[in-house]
Design a protein around this ligand. Structure first.
Ligand code: GTP
Ligand code: MG
Length: 556
């Protein structure tokens, strides 16, 4: 199925239609007939980064008149695009056509003079629009309208899923409701850009890049914002070749290891974000973690941010997932449903622990799609084999080479439906020999487990590591049990859909949202034991039709 415009991968969404109509920017016309060529990960990142640098974030009164607001700002230059949203307050993101306009605006901006408190003066692109005089209510029709950045409510999802036409339609609906919107994606890049301005007070050549689900095409509204502080530019400057007999080097402090260097850099930035960073609250320095990080809330955007550095492989993993998410339109829909399913059944959690992570689940879906006949996704070895000299990439001694130009990869000839794939996914992992086999997306086939961890998923780039090392036997067993039950449930349902008017949960609605079924007494989890005994009773007494054993009712 073709993706609708609003279903395009979040990372590669084209610039909004404002661009064309206002005559600045080079966005292709929406709805253009030619099949767009797929952008590389770094092209998307650079484009978004550049947009963010031309943007400002403005806290404004929610009675602001959109027209007057835009007129006021366009004194500094033409505006490319803008939107309003609500978080802890009412905000606008305004993207100018030129970066100069931002400087012009900042030059006309003042530091607040508060009466009782003292301000720490810091020049940033996060501004406050103070109404002059008493707030005059703008005419109703010109009030700014805010865009939505929240995931759908359970009730709304329930309605949408129940009224879908097929399980395929349900999977696509789920993706459409949860995927990052164009605005949310812009806000993520802008937040990174604002944090970069703060970090640049210490490291002027630094770059803050988003990674993880904000950019890998699998993000859901409300997911965290993973940031990577890239100091390579600073390093590169210091390793340029010298001329003549002299070699000039920066005088730097040395510490015993890269890890300690990372901890020191993050410690100082954490401190600075806490004391000076506009809008940064709840700063926690988690420096003893395997991957040291600074966690904070960016209040104005509403994002929970995880800032790391020296974590280049994670950025490359994001690129790998971006490639897989972009190659075939079914991948994102399937990953989204599996992630929602796991969350709804408490297989995943926002708290770290022995549970499976979203990253591991995504690897499992990719592996499963490599197993189909014909395969829906190529192996990592194939992606490497299609790379050319320029794609070559070695990080910390690991070969991370990937083909960047996705137009070089032939689309899959597999035409299986999402409904079938979801069922088969549950079936496949419900019966997988986790006790002896490892999941390996590099070769696209099962391999003998190199150690005794219950779940072994080979890290795609650091092949001696297991990305699901944290998962214990009982969490794996829950995953297997629920996968089996879900496979069974979807099979039971085949051809047995309630009429739309009955508003009974079916398909994904029954799997994910049993807690909100209005007409039913429901339980939060798929009742594993009950289903097993029901299965037994179906097998042993299939003639006793007075007992209602339909999957839906058994589950609800
Ligand atoms: P969300 O749950 O939506 O935040 O998904 P996410 O993909 O952003 O996951 P998370 O925020 O936990 O991690 C961010 C990125 O770090 C991931 O996308 C991966 O690239 C990387 N990552 C996370 N966990 C692991 C892991 O266990 N091993 C490796 N190699 N990379 C990981
Ligand atoms: Mg994340």
């Amino acid at each position: 199925a073709e993706l609708r415009r609003d279903e395009q991968p979040s990372g590669s969404v084209e610039t909004g239609d404002g661009a064309a109509s206002r005559g600045c920017g080079a966005a292709p016309a929406p709805g253009s007939k030619d099949k767009p060529s797929k952008k590389t990960f770094s092209e998307v990142q650079e484009e978004r980064r550049e947009q963010a640098q031309r943007s400002v974030l403005i806290h404004c009164p929610n009675t602001v008149s959109e027209k007057k607001f835009l007129k006021y700002l366009s004194q500094h230059g033409p505006i490319h695009t803008h939107f309003f949203y609500e978080s802890f307050g009412f905000y606008a993101v305004v993207e100018f056509c030129q970066k100069d306009s931002v400087d012009s605006l900042l030059n006309r901006t003042q530091t607040p003079a508060t009466g009782t408190e003292a301000a720490i003066p810091f020049r940033s692109r996060f501004l406050y629009l103070k109404p002059k005089g008493p707030s005059s209510h703008a005419a109703k029709q010109s009030l700014a309208r805010s865009s939505n950045h929240l995931p759908p409510s359970k009730r709304k999802l329930f309605e949408l899923l129940c009224s879908a036409e097929s399980v395929d339609d349900q999977l696509n609906t789920l993706l459409k409701e949860f995927q990052l919107t164009e605005e949310n994606t812009r806000l993520r890049y802008l937040t990174c850009s604002l944090i970069e301005d703060i970090a640049a007070a210490y490291f002027p050549e630094c770059t803050i890049r988003p990674f993880g689900s904000s950019v890998n095409t699998f993000g859901k509204l409300g997911c965290d914002l993973d940031m990577f502080l890239d100091l390579d530019e600073t390093r590169r400057l210091s390793t340029q070749k010298s001329r003549g007999n002299f070699l000039m080097e920066f005088q730097v402090k040395n510490v015993p290891s890269e890890r300690i260097a990372t901890q020191k850099i993050l410690s100082v930035l954490g401190e600075f974000l806490d004391h000076v960073g506009p809008g940064c609250v709840g700063v926690q320095k988690i420096l003893n973690a395997r991957c040291p990080l600074v966690r904070f809330s960016h209040q104005a955007s509403g994002f929970q941010c995880d800032l790391t550095t020296n974590n280049r492989i994670a950025l490359k993993s994001s690129e790998l997932l971006y490639i897989y998410g972009t190659l075939d339109t079914r991948v994102r829909a399937l990953v989204c449903s599996v992630r929602c399913w796991a969350r709804a059944l408490s297989l995943t959690s926002s708290i770290p622990g022995a549970w499976i992570t979203n990253f591991s689940l995504t690897m499992m879906v990719i592996f499963f799609l490599q197993q189909r006949s014909p395969p829906i996704l190529p192996t990592l070895d194939t992606l490497r084999a299609s790379a050319d000299e320029e794609d070559k990439c070695i990080i910390e001694g690991n070969n991370c080479t990937l083909v960047r130009d996705l137009n070089k990869i032939k689309p899959s000839e597999n035409t299986e439906t999402l409904e079938l794939l979801l069922k088969e996914f549950f079936e496949y992992f419900g019966n997988f020999a986790f006790n002896k086999n490892s999941i390996n997306i590099r070769q696209g086939r099962e391999q003998n487990k190199p150690d005794s961890s219950p779940l072994h998923i080979q890290n795609p780039f650091e092949t001696s590591l297991n990305v699901s090392k944290n998962v214990n036997q009982s969490q794996l067993q829950r995953f297997v049990d629920l996968a089996r039950e879900s496979a069974w449930f979807l099979q039971q349902e085949d051809g047995d859909r309630p009429s739309p008017s009955s508003r009974q949960p079916w398909g994904l609605a029954a799997l994910l949202l049993q807690t909100v079924a209005p007409s039913k007494r429901v339980q939060k989890k798929l009742p594993s034991e009950r289903i097993k005994s029901l299965l037994e009773s179906v097998k042993s007494n299939s003639t006793q039709s007075s007992t209602n054993t339909s999957g839906k009712q058994a589950l609800s």
